[in-house]
Each structure stands twice: as C-alpha cells, then as structure tokens.
Design a protein around this ligand. Structure first.
Ligand code: TYD
Length: 217
C-alpha cells in the first residue's frame, strides 16, 4: 500500500484529539499501525515552537504567529511526514495546513494569496489524501473548552491556550473558513458531525477512515 496521509481538523473543542486517540487504538488493534502526530509540535523543535505559540501570557504578533506555524510545519513535513509516507506508512496528523487557512486566514484575516504562498512553501505542496473536519457549533465548542479548563479534571490539563481564549467572533470565522475548504474540496475533506456522543462520532470516524484505507489497498 502507498503511504497515506490523513489529517484531523476542527475548531478548538470539536473533540478531534479525543477522536484521534480512539481511532489510533482501533487501528492498532486491527493491525494498521499508523504514525500519529500533530501540529504544532510534531518534532522536537516543533515542541519548543508550540510552547511559544500557545503561551497565553505572551503577546505574539499575528505575522510572527503565521510564520512560526509555517516553520513548525516545514520541520514536520521534511523530518517526519514525508519520510513516513515514503516508507509506506499511514500518517495521521492532528491539524495541518488547513488550520493555517482557517485560523490565520479566516480568524486573523490574512489575505488568501499570502496564506496559500506560505502554505505551499512550508508543505512543498504536500496535501493530505483525506481530511476529517470535526464540526460543532461555537456554543458547544466554547462550552467544552471552558469545561476543560475549569472542570474537575482541569488540574492535569494545560487550561485554555492563547488561541482558545479568542472571542466567539474569531472562532466563528475559523469555523466558516473550514466549511469553505470542505465545500471546495468535497473529495478530500469529509465533514464529521461532532455534536453528538463520543461513541457515535467514533463510529462515523471508523467508517470513513477504514473505507478510505481499504480503497487504497
Ligand atoms: P491544538 O493542538 O489542536 O490545541 P489543543 O491541544 O488545545 O486541542 O492546536 C493548538 C492551537 O493552534 C489551536 O488553537 C489551533 C492553532 N493553530 C493555528 O492557529 N494555526 C495552525 O496552522 C495550527 C496547526 C494550529
């Protein structure tokens, strides 16, 4: 089987990281052995960039933010994703270039031409074969991210990061930008309704991913 590149996307609080954990367990039990990675922070230098990017106490200029996400991605593509794909692996990344289009393009308002130039530079044109877009309302996502930072389990969570604390208008623009990508590329991007119970979403994720992987065997 050729290497397969799958990405998970969605607004903060969409539940994609939980779904990725569940899918990873399922795929491992069934012998697929995917390489699961994430952005920002899929490499050692990327982890340092991630800490700088998400620190809620630091004021980061939007242009700096755009370029550091791109730097993180360049390292990730060249050192992790491409080598794994070349070895025939299934690579699943928690966020990738669509996040820059949605957050820095939609959210921050950088022009689409600049965003696509920077994405092209950082990715060297590498696109996912399949993207799952976890879609949930802004109300539900805010509820989830707030609960995450104030709930009983918050002691072992990092709390809300610099992008989580942006206002509802920002997250609405991010969500809309994601939906625009999905409607422009329906073959690649599958929208997963993430508003229901965890287990229900997991069933849908398994269906989409397993049938896609089987189609490539
Ligand atoms: P993520 O790891 O999904 O956050 P969490 O671990 O809290 O679920 O992503 C971190 C944040 O970075 C998230 O708010 C989205 C943002 N982001 C961008 O703004 N642009 C990008 O290109 C990427 C990859 C992430």
């Amino acid at each position: 089987m050729p290497g397969t590149f799958i990405t998970f996307e969605g607004i903060d609080g969409s539940g994609k990281s939980t779904q990725l954990r569940l899918l990873n367990n399922f795929l491992r039990v069934n012998g697929w052995n995917p390489l699961v990675t994430r952005e920002p922070g899929g490499t050692p230098v990327g982890l340092r960039l991630r800490a700088a990017l998400l620190d809620a106490t630091e004021e980061v200029d939007p242009l700096t933010e755009l370029l550091v996400f791109a730097a993180d991605r360049a390292q990730h593509v060249r050192r992790v994703i491409r080598p794994a794909l070349a070895a025939g692996q299934v690579v699943i990344s928690d966020r990738y270039a669509d996040a820059t289009i949605a957050y820095q393009g939609g959210g921050r308002g950088f022009p689409p031409e600049l965003i696509s130039e920077i994405v092209q530079l950082a990715t060297e044109g590498l696109k996912p074969d399949l993207t799952l877009l976890f879609d949930v309302s802004i109300e539900e996502s805010t509820h989830r991210t707030t609960r995450r930072s104030t709930g009983k389990n918050s002691a072992n969570k990092a709390g809300r990061d610099r992008l989580d604390i942006e206002d509802a208008a920002f997250h609405t623009r991010v969500r809309e930008a994601y939906l625009v990508i999905a409607s422009a590329e329906p073959e690649r991007v599958k929208i997963v309704d993430a508003s229901g119970p965890l287990e229900q979403t997991h069933e849908r994720v398994k269906d989409v991913v397993v049938s896609f992987l089987r189609s490539r065997m």
